[in-house]
Design a binder for this molecule. Structure first.
Ligand SMILES: *Cc1c(COP(=O)(O)O)cnc(C)c1O
Length: 403
């Protein structure tokens, strides 16, 4: 991990600061001057103004440029100061000019697609696997876009005059497959590359430095970090951020201020959480790799707290047998979660597409939390034994289901 020596492109401070410092201070620089220590939580839906001529001018400016001046927001769907602090901090951590927050990761991806489609660029090139619902949103063309699925090597050839976006996850959900983001960004030419950085977080990787124009997070996962807040965010140039704000205003997928507050709070501990959970994950990976009850273990080169593995026994029995580990979808919380992608997170993806992108019927995805590594291993060890002794009912191909 490179976070201790890695310095962010700090836009306000004369000397670059380490990521761990930015995680604690970015978005909070004005607090001491305000006589505050904790960031204020502004729940206002509207903001009083006796000067409606000035309001008109500000709304015109927003409609034309997607930017609001430093005055109070007009209405909460236009912007919120607490959410703004989270956006400032996340942009600093990802090393981008700006960031725009949304109600969820899916709302964030939707807004990016709508920005490009509104420019007449309705074609998307995407690399599987993606998070199941991202795959579904693109594959079903729910927003009127058309997708071409390719391997990373096929991206350049798949780009058409109406291609507005290239979408990739690295490490990917749920297989943890990695792509060379720099090479991929190069093959995108002038088409922006959207890199979903949910699994790596800026602690392990900053895709903007590799040429990804758009960095997306399901903030629900590691950024929040405690399993109690739903959110999404796109880190990008200020130019693209203005378009995203206009779409957010018109379509309404705003992040709630309390969620913004919790996400800003989550960022402060992101580097220590990632470091601790990744160390535990690496220990569990070594044990799983040496274990005769496990057929394959997937762990990315850049590390992280996500582990995927394929038990030789029935994966459903592993899920049924864990006690300390929580059998639940989602990831990135302080506690360890395990789930069966073919049944839950990637259930909505067509079964053949799912399997051909490496999401096999035995694959389990585990999000390693902050518990003691030996306690986690004891639980996994028991669950693997339970799966071995249970009669094998390995999942058979099933029809596609929603949800
Ligand atoms: C969960 C997830 C999403 C979707 O985010 P939500 O906050 O659930 O809408 C997108 N991408 C990845 C990689 C995810 O894990």
């Amino acid at each position: 991990m490179e976070m201790d020596t890695d310095h962010t492109a700090d836009l306000t401070s004369p000397t670059p600061r380490a990521l761990a410092t930015e995680a604690v201070h970015a978005g909070r620089e004005d607090l001491a001057g305000l006589g505050l220590h904790a960031p204020p939580l502004d729940l206002s839906t509207t903001y009083p103004s006796y000067d409606s001529r000035a309001e008109a001018a500000r709304i015109d400016a927003f409609a034309a440029e997607g930017a609001l001046d430093d005055g109070p927001p007009v209405y909460a769907r236009l912007g919120n100061p607490t959410v703004g602090r989270f956006e400032t901090a996340l942009a600093r951590l990802e090393g981008t000019e700006s960031a725009v927050a949304f109600a969820s990761g899916m709302a964030a991806l939707s807004a990016v697609l709508l920005v490009r489609a509104s420019m007449g660029l309705r074609h998307v090139v995407a690399v599987r696997p993606l998070y199941g619902c991202s795959d579904h949103l693109l594959d079903a063309g729910l927003l009127g876009t058309e997708v071409t699925w390719v391997d990373p090597a096929g991206v350049a050839d798949a780009i058409r005059p109406d291609t507005g976006l290239v979408v990739v996850e690295s490490p990917a959900n749920p297989t943890l497959a990695e792509v060379d983001l720099r090479a991929l960004a190069h093959s995108c030419g002038s088409v922006p590359l959207l890199a979903d950085n949910t699994f790596a977080t800026p602690v392990l990787q900053r895709p903007a430095e590799s040429g990804a124009g758009l960095v997306l997070h399901s903030a629900t996962k590691y950024l929040g970090g405690h399993g109690d807040v739903l959110g999404g965010v796109v880190a990008c140039t200020e130019e693209f951020a203005r378009r995203l704000r206009q779409v957010r205003f018109a379509t309404g997928g705003v992040l709630h201020p309390l969620a913004g507050y919790l996400l800003l709070r989550g960022l402060a501990t992101l580097p220590v959480r990632m470091r601790a959970a990744s160390a535990t994950a690496a220990r569990l990976v070594r044990r799983l790799t040496d274990d005769p009850r496990v057929g394959a273990v997937h762990y990315p080169r850049i590390g992280g707290a996500m582990v995927a593995f394929e038990p030789l026994g029935d994966p459903h029995e592993v899920i049924a047998a864990v006690r300390l580990i929580t059998p639940a979808v989602s990831l990135g919380s302080v506690d360890t979660l395990i789930q069966h992608p073919a049944s839950i997170s990637h259930r909505i993806v067509d079964a053949d597409d799912r399997r051909s992108s490496g999401v096999g019927d035995r694959l389990l995805r585990m999000s390693v939390g902050l518990e003691d590594a030996d306690d986690l291993w004891d639980d996994l060890d028991r669950a693997l034994s339970a799966a071995e002794s249970a009669p094998d009912q390995a999942p058979r191909p099933r029809s596609r289901a929603a949800g």
